[in-house]
Design a binder for this molecule. Sequence first.
Ligand code: ZN
Length: 510
Amino acid sequence: MSRTLLLGLDGATFTVLDALMEQGLMPTLRRLCEAGVRAGLQSTVTPLTPLAWTSLLTGRSPGHHGIFDFVRVEQLAYHPHFRLATSSDIRCPTIYSLIGERGLRSLSLNFPVMFPPQPINGFMIPGFVPHRHLKRAMHPRSLYDRLSAIPEVSLKELPVDFEDERRSVQVLAPERHEEWIRFHIRRERQWSNVLHHLMTTEPWDLASVVFDGVDKLQHACWRFIDDGLFATFGASPWARSVRELCLDYFRQLDELIARAVELAGPETRVFLASDHGFGPSDEIFYVNTWLAQQGHLAWKDDAPVAPEGYINTEGMKAAAFLFDWSRTRAYTLTPGSNGIYLRTGGAAGRAQLARQIVVRRVMTREEAFPGPHSHLAADLTLVLRDFGFVSVTRSEAIVRTRRDVAGVHNPRGIFIAAGPGIRRGETVNDLSILDVTPALMHSLGEPVPQEFDGRLPVEIFEPAHAVRPAAAVPARRIHAPDEVPAEAAAMAAEGEATVMQRLRALGYLE
Ligand SMILES: [Zn+2]
């Protein structure tokens, strides 16, 4: 068994990182690749942050863990309602619980859907929690006061403050880019400071953190980060300064990776993984507009229309308030899930609708998310040409060209492993995000539960370390199906408008 460090880089892709490594901007990452194994990492069917990280932390596919979106959609009699998905919606134990029962201690920082925190054997600060909920988000609660007393930790800078609309990515005015990037540089440093504090003062077996500025910057600044794209337009001094700041973000991120790896020591195995990759998109598919044109959906008369070529959702209401429910049979509520819900029609209706849609792929929920909880997913899941997210807003055209090329999620993320027993300097075939959990369990000297949906990637280990220990850990449920603890209720009960505002701040609403 070996201590194990998991560094999550939200949305990281080798198309960006390889260029940065070649330019000498990420020497630590390059060293880890050279000293270890690298592979592309295939994300969940919908390459969306909450599903994908939950799969990585549980070793289970979304049909088993029950998270399909940032939100949980409840089908009410008259119209659907949604709330933020919380840890109470996760139907399988996380790796922290699994190894905690075996006496191993974990540090878990900034992973989504971990609120309210489970009482793990160790320390947890969930991600995506606004500052005003942060105190009750920590496990144990005393951690908040403890961190408050540390001069180099600023708890206010840990979360993205979703209440602050100025942080909104999609309406980022040119003069806001620099502030936005600097904000994320400071934030990553804060998470690194917390990690540093816990790694040096507490015993741990698995230390894990997500640096999510990678995703945030790529959403807002893809055209400044992508080398080829930047070359086509990047002449202005302003564009060059935005690009320099983006590069500085990655340079500083590399320093934080170095800091964590050094602190962990040479006997610790290091894993880097992203929840999904990133790529360019130059078009927007207005799925609800298409559904309306096909006669499946009706807008209320006062539903605002998206301005052409310019993404501006300021003042947009949650989609649910924009539909005339008496005449709506199929609809999409949120952009990230790319999911269409049907109110009537059953399997025949779904098949008929699926045949009409002109996208890369349309999957029924049983295809996309097989498992006992697939009924909680949307009826149909769309995979778009560029793997991006649909827009849920009203528009005059079904597909429009974006004013600027944007960064959107892509299924191919990154995987890097290095340390004792890991092969050196090899690139292996793409892994599944579901294979990371067995690798972590194996690294920790723990048996891989048979219920896991991935496989132990033996090819990343030296032969002597690759023996697969067989063991069955019984399937369990950590909560009764619809029980939402009071802890979760506070955040989950936030209105749909607030939830939409958060999604907008995260870059998922357009
Ligand atoms: Zn993500």
